[in-house]
Design a protein around this ligand. Structure first.
Ligand code: F6P
Length: 369
């Protein structure tokens, strides 16, 4: 190893927040190894996302802590969905409840721990919290992660490619059982607000119907499509649905009405749409909710490369003192954007996105005529 390069940042905190995903440990390794080996920085691992910073739960990460974690799923730091800018108790037994108390505790620990910067690995919510903390005067660098791939400012997030592989393999497996029993198989994938995972896995897995939150569906259109397939001698069909997909009728409801409707029908879209398909077509239909399997296990090679590249790029931002930014993939280049770019936003699938047209071009029904 040559001499250390100059770095404005000497000590930083690192945390992982929001839903976990494959690649988080690869990113932690990328940040910490580059920061330690190239810039001689000290990394403090913060436990359980922002909750650890509110409670002051942090420890120095030594090289053996971030060695050998490239291929490990999950996050060695732990994660939580603690939202400091939302007034909810940190824990049931905690007296820290109000937003101002949480933010005050974060700032107090940030300075007490002697941090020059806070590195946050997370999705929309995490990078938004990072932006809000930057506005409070803290130095923050964000890394985009999520299996949903719905972060504005970066072309892709690590976690997405791994989840895509998991979901595609599940769809492949459903093909054989659907064919054996001449059934309609509905598989529900993650993606509450954005349907990227369902869209890409639906194309990769040859889904006959793909339903995403951005395109409210008409069950009659779906029924006709499935019946056309049956008339063409296709005795089975695969319906890929994002957990946030909804019917045109639900789209017209307000949040309260929709919640009531869903409580009365079925808790999960897969079972709701399976019931609607059976009622509409009389075809035997079964539902599978893939759930948290999509977020588990080792990262794909592509996610390892992306996570490592984003991690080392974050270390370079720390060294240059370029705070208030989120590292990002633009085309094939690793760069960064101001934290205000992803803050408060969700990157949803545009109806005219080429992947929607690709799906339709190979005969996929997107739930509308
Ligand atoms: O944000 C990623 C994600 O996996 C979403 O796709 C999913 O709706 C959500 O997290 C589940 O959140 P939780 O882990 O809190 O149940």
């Amino acid at each position: 190893m040559g001499a250390y390069r100059h770095s404005i940042t000497k000590k930083f905190g690192i945390l992982t927040a929001g839903g976990d995903c494959p690649g988080l440990n690869a990113a932690i390794r990328g940040v910490c190894r580059a920061a330690h080996d190239r810039y001689n920085m000290t990394a403090l691992g913060i436990a359980q996302g922002f909750r650890g910073l509110i409670e002051g739960d942090a420890r120095i990460l030594n090289p053996e802590d971030f060695s050998g974690i490239l291929t490990r799923g999950g996050t060695i730091l732990g994660a939580s969905r603690e939202k400091p800018f939302k007034a909810l108790p940190v824990r049931m037994d905690s007296e820290i409840e109000s937003e101002s108390e949480k933010v005050a505790a974060i700032k107090e620990h940030y300075y007490e721990l002697g941090l020059d910067c806070l590195v946050v690995l997370g999705g929309n919510g995490t990078n938004t919290t990072g932006y809000l903390l930057a506005r409070e005067g803290l130095n923050v660098v964000g890394l985009p992660k999520t299996i949903d791939n719905d972060i504005v400012g970066t072309d892709r997030t690590f976690g997405f490619n791994s989840a895509l592989a998991i979901a595609t393999e599940a769809i492949d497996r459903l093909h054989s059982t659907a064919q054996s029993h001449s059934r309609v198989m509905v598989i529900e994938l993650m993606g509450h607000k954005a349907g990227w995972l369902a869209l890409y896995a639906g194309v990769a897995g040859g889904g006959d119907v793909i339903l995403i939150p951005e395109i409210p569906y008409d069950i009659k259109v779906i029924g006709r499509h499935l019946e056309d397939r049956a008339r063409e001698g296709k005795s089975f069909s695969i319906v890929v649905v994002a957990e946030g997909a909804l019917s045109a009728g639900e789209d017209k409801m307000d949040k309260k009405e929709r919640k009531k409707y869903r409580a009365e029908t079925a808790p999960s879209i897969a079972y709701r749409i399976a019931r609607e398909i059976e009622a509409e077509t009389g075809m035997e239909t079964r539902a599978t909710v893939l759930g948290y399997v999509q977020r588990g296990g080792i990262p794909s090679a592509s996610d390892r490369v992306l996570a490592t590249s984003l991690g080392t790029a974050a270390a370079d931002l720390l060294a240059r003192g370029e705070y208030g930014r989120m590292v990002a993939l633009t085309g094939n280049d690793i760069g960064s954007v101001d934290l205000s770019v992803p803050a408060g936003k969700v990157k949803t699938v545009p109806r005219d996105h080429y992947m929607v047209d690709t799906a339709v071009s190979v005969g996929t029904c997107m739930g509308i005529g």
